[in-house]
Each structure stands twice: as structure tokens, then as C-alpha cells.
Design a protein. Structure first.
Length: 373
């Protein structure tokens, strides 16, 4: 078999003020087995975004058919190829290191050979900025939309094993405080996630929640109860005052109950998956976590006194889940030929549901769009 060579170039994030493009540019030079550029040749490339390591979870994969120039140069936009796995707009660029794997068939077919994996040393910051107001998913074939994540005077600063909270007391005349109680971790802190009045800090197997109680006079607290995971935490996702942290097969929810004076809670019931979690997607008070063939919904019930719940009914798919879309408290998860909807019913006290009727397609699903995009 001929050995392939490829030269990696700088990844460039496109910047725009009105709308963040869901792509970034990539240049490379393709070489043949003799080390000479493949001039004016048709090549196929398969690009994958990996989470956390060079052998990490595949968050997204796409293919490109390109013609090199006279010097073997290839230009393409990652995020605008033919999607085969995941959702580019749902990648959580702000959590965990990201790696780009490049595979190529110099004959223009689908006999791909791995020609390299490189870490993105500089995150596409325009995409990170876009995650705040438009799209964030999956931390990990992560697909996620974070909606209404507005800051309300809640800050956490952390070192390797300590985290300390600072808050603005909206009800007091002396308004900025460091919380009297701080927290420590038994292993190095590896990530954080924040939304509205809630912040979760996590290490490899521990997660601890900090919240701003909008109804109290002494307003910033670390929750008294923290959670542990039996396997390393892979990531986290948030929307409004709802946070989900997940490892390979466990997912645990943290929420702010706006109707009580002691407001931050880890839900008493957590969920497990029979296969590795691939990603998550969020919108308003709803979050869905999914593995290859299972999807489970978590929601914040804004009308209840004990507000964060995993839905009693979960769904399964007959083929691998590819991604999801969300808008205004509604989430759709889809595989190759199936799509299933999860929604928040804000008019009842038991609020998160998978729709009883799902839909199937006679040919592979190519994509989707929501009013949140």
C-alpha cells in the first residue's frame, strides 16, 4: 500500500459580528508516497473532530471531495462538508481539548488512510462565542444549544483542587461577597459549566454545584450535597438554571429551584446508559443526553417546588443516533432514519415528555434546521 503524506496547516476561525459561521478554514498539501505534491489531482478527505485526546470520542465527521492545485494545495471549510457523524454546530468548543483527525484517499475514492491527528491548540473562538447565544452540544459528539444563559452576578475561581465563589447579592446594600464556604477536590479540576444562577465545577469523578439564590439575603452557596461518578467525567452542558454532568455511562442533573430559599440541588435520581454517552443537547429548561441508541431527557420544572427531574420514559433508536436540534424548550434527536421529539410542557407540574408519536424516513436523514439557528 502506498504511504500517504499530508502537511497540516493553521486552522483559521472565521469571525463575523452578526452571525457566527458554523465552519472554519483549513489548508493542507497532499503528498504521494514519493513525497511529491499531488498536483491537480482529485482527492477525498475525511475530517473528524475528536474530544479530549488523539484517540478520544468522535464528536463529528464529514467528507470532502477536492481538487489540489499545481502545488498540491487543498483548501476546505471544516463544518461545510458532507456530514457522516454528529452535528458541527453542536460541538462544545469551550470544554475539553479538541483534536482534528485527517484521513485521505488520493485516488478520490473512499479507501481512506489516516494521515494524522493534530490538537487544535487555538480553539475557534468565534465558534465558542457563538455557543453562548446560539449553539453549544455533546462536550463530546456533543450537540448542544444553550439558550438564555445570561449572567446574574455569579462567579467561581478555581485552582487545581480548590474552588471559591463570588456573588452579587441583588437584595442587599453591600452587594459583592466571597462565599464563606469554599470547596476542595480530591483530584485536579478538569472543567466547569455555567448558566444563569448556577455553576458546576468538576474533576475526574467529582462534581460540585454553586448557585446564586435570588430570594435570599446571603445569596451565594455551594450545595451541601455533591456527587461522585464511577468513571471519569467526560463533560457537562447547561441551559437556564439546569446543568447535566456526564461520564461514559452516567448522567447527573443539577438545578436551581427558584421557588425555595435553599435553591441548588443535585437531583436524587440519576440515569445510566447501556453504552457510552456520545453527546447532549440543550434548550431553555430541557437537556437530552444520548448514547448510540438511547436518549434520556432532563428538565427543570419552573412550576414545581422540587424542580429537576429525569423523565420516567426514555427512548431507543434502531440505528446509531447522529445528532439533534433544539429551539425554545423543544429538542429533536435523530438517527439515520428516525426522529424523536422531547419537550417541556410548562403548563403542568410534571413537565418533560418524549412525544408518543415518532417519525421515520425512507432514506437517510441529511440535516435539519430550527428557529433557534
Amino acid at each position: 500500500m502506498k504511504k500517504l503524506y499530508i502537511a497540516f496547516s493553521l486552522f483559521l476561525a472565521s469571525l463575523a459580528y452578526s452571525q457566527v459561521p458554523q465552519a472554519f478554514s483549513y489548508q493542507t498539501i497532499a503528498f504521494n508516497s514519493a513525497g511529491a505534491p499531488i498536483a491537480n489531482g482529485n482527492v477525498n478527505l475525511r475530517i473528524s473532530i475528536l474530544d479530549n485526546s488523539a484517540t478520544g470520542t468522535v464528536l463529528y465527521t464529514e467528507t470532502h471531495t477536492k481538487t489540489t492545485n499545481s502545488k498540491g494545495l487543498v483548501n476546505l471549510n471544516i463544518g461545510q462538508g458532507t456530514v457522516t457523524t454528529g452535528n458541527f454546530g453542536g460541538i462544545n468548543w469551550g470544554t475539553n481539548p479538541k483534536f482534528v483527525k485527517v484521513e485521505m484517499d488520493p485516488a478520490g475514492g473512499s479507501n481512506y488512510t489516516n494521515v494524522g491527528v493534530n490538537q487544535l491548540m487555538s480553539v475557534p473562538y468565534a465558534l465558542v462565542a457563538g455557543n453562548i447565544s446560539t449553539q453549544q452540544n455533546i462536550n463530546n459528539v456533543v450537540v448542544s444549544n444553550n439558550k438564555n444563559n445570561f449572567g446574574n452576578g455569579c462567579i467561581v475561581v478555581y485552582s487545581d483542587t480548590e474552588a471559591k465563589g463570588y456573588y452579587l447579592n441583588p437584595n442587599g446594600t453591600n452587594s459583592g461577597y466571597w462565599s464563606g464556604t469554599n470547596v476542595t477536590f480530591s483530584s485536579p479540576i478538569k472543567g466547569t459549566v455555567a448558566s444563569n444562577n448556577t455553576i458546576v465545577v468538576y474533576s475526574d469523578t467529582e462534581a460540585k454545584g454553586y448557585y446564586l439564590n435570588p430570594n435570599g439575603t446571603n445569596s451565594g452557596y455551594w450545595s451541601g450535597t455533591n456527587v461522585n461518578f464511577s468513571s471519569p467525567i467526560k463533560g457537562a452542558i447547561a441551559s437556564n438554571n439546569t446543568v447535566v454532568v456526564y461520564s461514559d455511562t452516567e448522567a447527573k442533573g443539577y438545578y436551581l429551584n427558584p421557588n425555595t430559599t435553599n435553591s441548588g440541588y443535585w437531583s436524587g435520581t440519576n440515569v445510566t446508559f447501556s453504552s457510552s454517552i456520545k453527546g447532549a443537547i440543550a434548550s431553555n429548561n430541557t437537556i437530552v443526553v444520548y448514547s448510540d441508541t438511547e436518549a434520556k431527557g432532563y428538565y427543570l420544572n419552573p412550576n414545581g417546588t422540587n424542580s429537576g427531574y429525569w423523565s420516567g420514559t426514555n427512548v431507543t433508536f434502531s440505528s446509531p443516533i447522529k445528532g439533534g436540534f433544539s429551539s425554545g424548550g423543544s429538542i429533536v434527536i435523530y438517527s439515520d432514519t428516525e426522529a424523536k421529539g422531547y419537550y417541556l410542557n410548562s403548563n403542568t407540574t410534571n413537565s418533560g415528555y418524549w412525544s408518543g408519536t415518532n417519525v421515520t424516513f425512507s432514506s437517510p436523514i441529511k440535516g435539519g434546521i430550527s428557529t433557534a439557528q
